[in-house]
Each structure stands twice: as C-alpha cells, then as structure tokens.
Ligand binder design. Sequence first.
Ligand SMILES: Cc1ncc(COP(=O)(O)O)c(C=O)c1O
Length: 410
Amino acid sequence: MSLATPKPELDLSVFRFAERMGRLKASAIREILKVTEMPDVISFAGGLPAPELFPVTEFAQACQEVLAHDGPAALQYSVTEGYPPLRRWVCDYLARTSHIEANPDQILIISGSQQGLDLVGKVLLDPGDLVIIENPAYLGAIQAFDAYQADYLNVETDDEGMRTDDLVRVLGAARRKPKLLYLVPNFQNPSGITLSLQRRKAVISIAAEHGIPIFEDDPYGRLRYSHEPIPSLMSLAGGRGCVYMSTVSKIMAPGMRVAWLVIPERALYEKAVPAKQAADLHTSSFTQRVVYAFARAPGALEAHIAGMLPVYARRRDLMLRALERYMPPGCSWTRPDGGLFLWARVPESIDTQDLLAHASGKKVAFVPGAPFWVNRDVRNTMRLNFSNASDDMIVEGIRRLSDLVKAALK
Ligand SMILES: Cc1ncc(COP(=O)(O)O)c(C=O)c1O
C-alpha cells in the first residue's frame, strides 16, 4: 500500500505554525544567490569574501596540529562559554586591535555573529519590544529580531552614519522605552558607511541618558583600506551598557562559524550562556581549536589580513572608477573606507527590484535595497559587493549594470 500525499487545498496538515513565523521571510539575498549560481553571472550580490584569499594551507596545518595535540578532546562535547585558550586570545586580540579591555569571563564564543544576533534577541526581546536601528539596516539583524517579534525605530543615516539629531527625535517620539540600540559602526552592511568619532560619542551619551544598551556589531572593522581606525563604541563607553560582537568570517573564513560576544555585564552574560546552550550546546570544539591554532602563531593573522587589504582596496577602487565611468547622470554611491560593500542610488523612476528581473538577461546580479529599509518604502537603491568578483569581472559587471540602468531610464 502506498501512502497518499494529501491534496494541499484540503488543509490536512497537523503542523500549526507559531505566530512568530508569520514575520519570517526567506532572505531576499538568499533568493538572489540562486540567480548568481547560474553560469557566467557576475555577482555583486552576496557578502562573500574572496575565496582565493582563504588561508587554506594554514588551516590544513592547523587541523593536523589540533588533531595531533588535542586528539579526542577536539572532537568531544565542550563547555558552552567556548574554548578557554580561544577566549583568552580574543581578549588579547581586542586589546591590541580595538582598545577593548575585556577578560575571558566576558567572552562568549558563538557559532557566527548571526547566532549572537539571535541570542541577544532571545535574551532581551519580548514581542512588541522596540529596537533602534540604522536605516538602511543589516538584513540579518532584522531577520533575527523579527523572530522575537520586535518592532523597530529607524534612525536616518548620512555620510557619518547614524544621525544623532534623528536619534534624539526618534527617542523623543517613542511611546515605549526601547530595549536595544543596534548598529554596525564600521563599513556598515549594506551602506559601507562608518560612524564618525563625534557621532560615536554622541550615540553613547544619548543612549546612556535614556538608559538604552548598545549592541555594537563589528564584523568589518579590520578591513580598513583608507583613513585611520576609529575607536569602538565599547572602548569609548568603557564597556558600560554595551555588548560588542565580532567574527572570524571576514578576517579568516566564514565557513568556520566562529565569532565572539563581549558582554561586560555579568547578569546578561549569565542569561546568554543558557540561551546558547539551548540553541547548540556549544560552538564546534574542533573549529574553535583550528581558529586558535591559526591565530596564536605569532604574526600569522596579521600577515594574513595584511595580504587581504590591498586586494580588497584595489577591487573597491576599481568598482568606484567603473561606476564613475559608466553610470549615467543622476546616480550616486557611497565611497567606503573598508568592508565589502558600497551602496548605490539610481534615479527614483527606477525600482531596483524590477531592474534585477532584467539583470539575469545581462548576467549581472546585485541586491535591491528595498528589504534593508525599515518602515520606509525606498525602491531606488542597491547593495554592491566588491570583494568577491575578480578585477576584470568588476569592471565588466559595472558596465553591464550601467547598461541596465540606462535602458531603464529610456
Ligand atoms: C553586520 C553583520 N553582522 C553579522 C553578520 C554575520 O556574520 P557571521 O558570518 O559571523 O555569522 C554579517 C555577515 O555578513 C554582517 O554583515
């Protein structure tokens, strides 16, 4: 006897979804990535680092070393907080690179920053709670907080990042006290914009005045190609009222799924640990050790990052020059000092979602900006990734994209 598949219209499913799932949509980016897998497509869509820069040989050696020295312990269950030597290394690294003074008890190793967004949401947000975010904002954060049925207060941004005058306005108009202020201060995803020092100080003082914690998400801080680094909000605030997060995804490889939260406030740390335990017990014992084995070798990580920076800087410059050369009048774009993205604006008559529908014919892909905007219907923006395509492909891809924009303007 074969089991009959029930006809979908008969609604015989025994599965009744949780209310929170109503808010969760498949990420627009994941959908676009399907197009980018088509042959010959030049993709500026994903947030993908350049695979040819991954430290494959060094990781092969690190894997051998971990298995030879740690053997079964590297393959065993472990503590939720993370591999202690890696937590100590994170403290040294943060002190050296971001002036963040943390101790290992404040470090929670997580399975990618994306998990950190989920955990902070899980620990802090009840349905209807307000989160302040930049506009446009990182889509993955919206997705993570959506799962906890958060509502958003969107603060406008300009060339210096979150506009603090708008932050004050938004807070003045808020009917409830927001639970969290989330931002990506360095080379933001999607805009590529960096929050200026003056604004960082202002954000800290406004948040402190209103008693709102800051969640600083910093995956791109080390990928700086021009101008001087700006201190983290965590270091400027002396850790008070802040949670800081970074990851190996952009400085080593995203497939490792190793990242860290810095949580100075003990009560919050003690909530985050069981929240993570419930999610995945702990981040892979093996990959934590491999990351540590690579990172602890004197100079290895710094040499690796130093090798990546000129490649990404060149690709950024190529993209900027190609945009300058090919894009029609009425278009503008950001000029990021680092990171992986820039953000382009085309004339208002063009909906970049529609433009993408024609883009596969031209074999070029980008991410339409609309999903990054919160509580605002902005249709004429797009995110362009410059790290993943080769030099030639960048120039050719921007030429194709510009042809599409010109055709849409006719
Ligand atoms: C701002 C931001 N936060 C978090 C993430 C997730 O990174 P991870 O690979 O560490 O999960 C990304 C990835 O692109 C990102 O851009």
